[in-house]
Write a protein that binds this ligand. Sequence first.
Ligand SMILES: CC(C)(COP(=O)(O)OP(=O)(O)OC[C@H]1O[C@@H](n2cnc3c(N)ncnc32)[C@H](O)[C@@H]1OP(=O)(O)O)[C@@H](O)C(=O)NCCC(=O)NCCS
Length: 251
Amino acid sequence: MKHCISWQHPPSHLDLCASAVDVWKVHIDDDQTDEPDLHDLSDSERDRASRFRFAVDRRRFVKSHSALRAILATYIGASPRALVFGQAVHGKPFLVAPRQAQKLRYNLSHSGDLALIAISVGREVGIDLERNRPMEDLSGVVNRFFSTAEREALARVAAKDREQAFLSTWVLKEAYLKASGEGLLRSLDAFDVTIAEDEPRLLEVRDRVGDASRWSLRRLRPRDDFVAALAVAGDGWQLRQWVWAGSSQPR
Ligand SMILES: CC(C)(COP(=O)(O)OP(=O)(O)OC[C@H]1O[C@@H](n2cnc3c(N)ncnc32)[C@H](O)[C@@H]1OP(=O)(O)O)[C@@H](O)C(=O)NCCC(=O)NCCS
């Protein structure tokens, strides 16, 4: 499958126009001696952080949310601490303040030591990231979650490639559900996406008539051991992929 756009270090000044969608790759280092800095986080983020059972999960949460704030802040020239988030009815977070941040749309996904953040101006976005892993009961999971058309298409994929095709389809489906804001509250078999095609798309959306032409999908390859996908409202946008280099990022 083609993933031809490379991941770049961002220029010192970054403008985002309505025809671009930025995706940031954040490597979350797992240095266990380093207690992450809670300085930029809100009370509710600190509260969530304190409720993780395992230190590794707490560190990853804090680091991904600190990076999220720092990255979003670069677009509006604000302090990361000044950002205020709200939650839509099914939990999708969005920016409430400062006022110039309200035009930004974003979505976050994290898995293991990696996080991806999609950002746009005015276009709803959804992103999903999964680490490649052997699936214990692939056909059971496919039968449970995939639509009939997807199951049939997946059965036509060579057996050696099927696990990878499953995961890269799964992230497409989740990215779309995250873009719509309902996540897994919506049924995964109520819509079909293409399987194992370079240019993925929604084929039919039975529970939201018209959605198939309302959203565009892209596969992402942030690292060899991960698959990821992006869903964006509308078409005619260009993808830019940036690597987050930490809090010393130029503003
Ligand atoms: C959102 C959801 C798809 C996350 O999937 P996941 O693969 O476990 O996790 P990801 O790392 O890809 O995404 C998590 C991030 O998505 C964002 N998110 C949360 N809810 C979301 C939603 N409804 N739609 C889109 N994005 C959402 C958050 O930024 C979250 O990061 P955080 O937990 O660090 O704050 C899953 O939790 C879900 O479907 N939830 C259904 C909605 C729900 O249960 N709402 C109940 C509250 S009303």
